[in-house]
Ligand binder design. Structure first.
Ligand SMILES: NC(=O)c1ccc[n+]([C@@H]2O[C@H](COP(=O)([O-])OP(=O)(O)OC[C@H]3O[C@@H](n4cnc5c(N)ncnc54)[C@H](OP(=O)(O)O)[C@@H]3O)[C@@H](O)[C@H]2O)c1
Length: 310
């Protein structure tokens, strides 16, 4: 990417999009185009067509999507498949029409088959049944990856897909009904500490294993791959190490300084038993995560909960 290139970051107010914008600006890319969903609804075909015809971006990071945790994915199944398919269909198709030089589509580790062998290799996509709670979201995301490959095959578009693991960082969602596990734990422990509670309830059995990547590391990887990776298929982006939800809860408890007990609510769904990325392809391409989990969570806790309340 040339420093003066026109770069559209779709979803720039979200956790991933905002991190990509921070990274691009830090690297001296200043010709960025951004639109909130109220300015440009990416589900609307005519609006997206008009936007691409007028702006003709050189590069696109597609980080706009309808995203949520287990409960949101399972409760709004129709919205998750419809909105994500609409957004990606419009953006990928009109990016091609406008002659975009390169587009990066973001998948997610939760779209691998539920019982795929671990760690998850890129080739395990579409080799088995999906996790039922987020199947509509996964089907949409898989369609996005296949669409990028099909546009490469038929039209020669340099559209690439990356597969981030669970993320955390600034601009995360802390709404307990919609959030992912890590921000939910931070909020629960913080509030329990503030309110002097004795017990914090953690959803699920505590046994599932998960991997967490700081979103600034993800943005670093995305900008790196946008400059170096030009192949079909996908690239996992993760750290290559996982932690049980129980140990994660204990780590968050320690960082927050909550002194009470944990109670695991096994009536809430666990989701996939283990989700760890095989990051050998990414390492082979020359990129490795840098932000450790304790360091990253401590920074996020300070930024979101301590600075905000001072
Ligand atoms: N968070 C994770 O742990 C994680 C993990 C793996 C992959 N990913 C992937 O990363 C991408 C971004 O996730 P995120 O966590 O950054 O999500 P997020 O914080 O919820 O942000 C989503 C962004 O999408 C935009 N958006 C949603 N619907 C739109 C619409 N109809 N028109 C225009 N913009 C729309 C929103 O714009 P407004 O704010 O303007 O409404 C928002 O900025 C997704 O593709 C997701 O699958 C995320």
């Amino acid at each position: 990417m040339e420093k003066e290139a026109k770069i559209f970051v779709a979803g720039h107010k979200g956790m991933v999009g905002s991190a990509i914008v921070r990274k691009l600006k830090k690297e001296g890319f200043n010709n960025l185009i951004v639109r909130s969903s109220s300015e440009l609804d990416l589900r609307n075909q005519e609006s997206v067509k008009g936007f691409f015809q007028e702006q003709k971006p050189d590069y696109v990071f597609l980080a706009a999507a309808k995203v949520g945790g287990i409960i949101a994915n399972n409760s709004y199944r129709a919205d998750f498949i419809y909105e994500n398919l609409a957004i990606q269909n419009n953006v990928i198709h009109y990016a091609k029409e406008a002659g975009v030089k390169k587009l990066m589509f973001l998948g997610s580790s939760c779209i691998y088959p539920k019982l795929a062998p671990q760690p998850l290799k890129e080739e395990y996509l579409l080799t088995g049944p999906l996790e039922p709670t987020n199947e509509p979201y996964a089907i949409a995301k898989i369609a996005g990856i296949k669409m990028c490959d099909a546009y490469r095959d038929q039209y020669g578009c340099n559209f690439v897909s990356v597969m981030p693991t669970n993320l955390y960082g600034p601009n995360d969602n802390y709404d307990l009904q919609k959030s992912h596990v890590l921000p939910a734990l931070l909020r629960k422990f913080h509030e329990a500490k503030e309110q002097g509670k004795d017990v914090v309830e953690v959803w699920g059995s505590g046994t599932p294993l998960r991997e967490f990547l700081h979103v600034d590391d993800l943005a670093d990887a995305c900008v790196y791959l946008m400059q170096t990776y030009n192949e079909p298929g996908l690239v996992n982006i993760g750290v290559g190490e996982d932690i049980s939800i129980k140990d994660l809860a204990l780590l968050v408890k320690d960082i927050v300084g909550f002194e009470g007990e944990l109670h695991f609510d096994a009536t809430k769904p666990d989701g996939t038993p283990r989700k760890l990325m095989d990051v050998s392809k990414l390492h082979g391409l020359g990129w490795k995560a840098r932000i450790g989990l304790r360091q990253g969570i401590t920074e996020v806790y300070r930024q979101h909960f301590i600075t905000e309340t001072v």
